[in-house]
Design a protein around this ligand. Structure first.
Ligand code: NAD
Ligand code: UGA
Length: 448
């Protein structure tokens, strides 16, 4: 059993704290947000993450997990301090490191014993060295410490399962002994452990997110071409995915990637490259393709509805993906804004993200369920791939709508089935979208 302080109790910090306490360690989770900490002490979680509430409750009851706003309390007995504060997008796409800097300074001032500082926040290459320098220059008394980078690869919505079953653990440090100590903490997870230097570990995180974002933009580009040529991107992705060199995951075409990570991390990596005089052409294309997705979705709506002005349009989903209440960089925000710009009256339903969305997406009416959303609507747009939407009573939905137009930004329905149910349907890259294939003109070089 080790003593761990986790700094920052958001999506990553709370899961890390809950996970390590569940493995039998004593964890103090620290946040500067007093309301967050007070609520956590009462068992109220700041985020929605399936299964997390139960794990937090269990470990609090067992005396392995506690919450504080005090660095002195958090570090009093700590062997490890995990930094898991936010690194949002700053000016020109550069990562904003102010929370990391504050945390590093506060660690230095409060630490009373040797400490391994483990950075879990996604930070630009070189930040680990910078954090070490900040701690060194703010130490209240001479104490031994090391900085280890341990980038986080969890996905929201399945974060606990990702904590317990990571594909790998990456550790980077100039101090091999410190990296080995952090490796020991992760041994119960039985995943491969890659130990490297600080900067390489920081780069592995950005390269991984950028690669996944590239896969998404790649399949979205293929979806555009499928739409033009009458092929079905879902089947294309499935046919490609059997090749183990390609793999099946992250080939779901749709409305584009959102969330608190891919958008900012691809930008931050491109920014790092530009600052070094490199031209990140591929990353730029990935971002451009992604930026275009919501506009294309709205064009699908226009092609079905004609003029959008004064039309009642319902958004099925607001969260940036299913199983989370996170609406940071959620495509729903852009879709709502584009529809409103064209004069549409926008309403929405999401199983868990409506409270968050009501604070940040102005001028949309929230509906209590998908059927209330459908009532009198001129079109529905699937924005988030919640399982709940896959199980809807679609004949009921169709009958409630004023005109049964359905734009499926996540390809959760089948064009032929939707057509048979009486919907006017548009998926993303779904070939004929349920219509009869048009005869192919004989092109140059094509046999007549
Ligand atoms: P978050 O915004 O949900 O939580 C950050 C928390 O840090 C907040 O509760 C905030 O109050 C707290 N905080 C800020 N400054 C602090 C300080 N000086 N001392 C103590 N607490 C402080 O952020 P998140 O989504 O958990 O992301 C954290 C980091 O992990 C980011 O760098 C992100 O890129 C990375 N990451 C996130 C995910 C994810 O799925 N959300 C996955 C992998 C990596
Ligand atoms: C992503 C990574 O998957 C995690 O490994 C990483 O730790 C995390 O970012 C991070 O650094 O914060 P997350 O953002 O929670 O996790 O969600 P994903 O499941 O990766 O989805 C990201 C976005 O891409 C969502 O908007 C999702 O709808 C979209 N997506 C995903 C697609 O459009 N198509 C796909 O095939 C997959």
């Amino acid at each position: 059993m080790k003593d761990i302080c986790v700094i920052g109790v958001g999506y990553v910090g709370l899961v890390t704290a809950a996970g390590f306490s569940d493995l039998g360690n004593r964890v103090t989770a620290l946040d500067i947000n007093e309301e967050r900490v007070n609520n956590l002490r009462k068992g109220i979680l700041p985020i929605y993450e399936p299964g997390l509430e139960e794990v937090v409750r269990r470990n609090v009851l067992a005396g392995r997990l506690s919450f504080t706003t005090s660095y002195a309390e958090g570090l009093e007995k700590a062997d490890f301090a995990f930094i898991a504060v936010g690194t949002p997008e700053g000016v020109d796409g550069e990562a904003d490191l102010r929370y990391v800097r504050d945390a590093a300074e506060a660690i230095a001032k409060a630490m009373v014993r040797p400490l391994v500082v483990v950075n879990k926040s996604t930070v630009p290459v070189g930040t680990g060295d910078w954090v070490a320098e900040i701690i060194r220059s703010h130490l209240a008394k001479p104490l031994v410490f090391s900085v280890v980078s341990c980038p986080e690869f969890l996905r929201e919505g399945c974060a606990l399962s990702d904590f317990h079953n990571p594909a790998r653990t990456v550790l980077g440090s100039m101090d091999r002994e410190a990296a080995d100590k952090v490796a020991q903490l992760h041994l119960p997870l039985r995943a491969p452990i890659v130990i490297t230097d600080l900067r390489t570990a920081e780069m592995i995180k950005y390269a991984s997110n950028a690669f996944l974002a590239t896969k998404i933009s790649f399949i979205n580009e293929i979806a555009n071409i499928c739409e033009a040529l009458g092929a079905d991107v879902k089947e294309v992705a499935s046919g490609m995915g059997y090749d183990p060199r390609i793999g099946r995951q992250f080939l779901e075409a749709g409305i584009g990637y959102g969330g608190s990570c891919f958008p900012k991390d691809v930008k931050a990596l491109a920014h790092m490259a530009s600052v070094q005089g490199r031209n990140p052409q591929l990353l730029q294309a990935v971002m451009d393709i992604n930026d275009d997705r919501t506009r294309m979705l709205v064009e699908h709506a226009e092609s079905l509805l004609g003029k959008i002005e004064k039309k009642e349009i319902g958004l099925l989903g607001l969260a940036f993906k299913s199983n989370t209440d996170d609406i940071r960089e959620a495509p729903a925000q852009k879709v709502a804004a584009l529809l409103q710009e064209r004069g549409a009256i926008v309403r929405a339903y999401d199983p868990v993200a409506m409270d968050n969305a009501a604070r940040t997406i102005p001028g949309i009416r929230m509906c209590p369920d998908p059927y209330a959303l459908a009532e009198g609507a001129d079109a529905l747009v699937v924005v988030t791939d919640w399982n709940e939407f896959k199980q809807l009573d679609l004949p009921k939905v169709r009958n409630l709508m004023r005109t049964p137009n359905l734009i499926d930004g996540r390809n959760i329905y089948e064009p032929e089935e939707m057509k048979a149910l009486g919907f006017r349907y548009r998926g993303i890259g779904r070939g004929y979208n349920g219509a009869k294939p048009a005869p192919q003109p004989a092109g140059k070089g094509r046999a007549k």
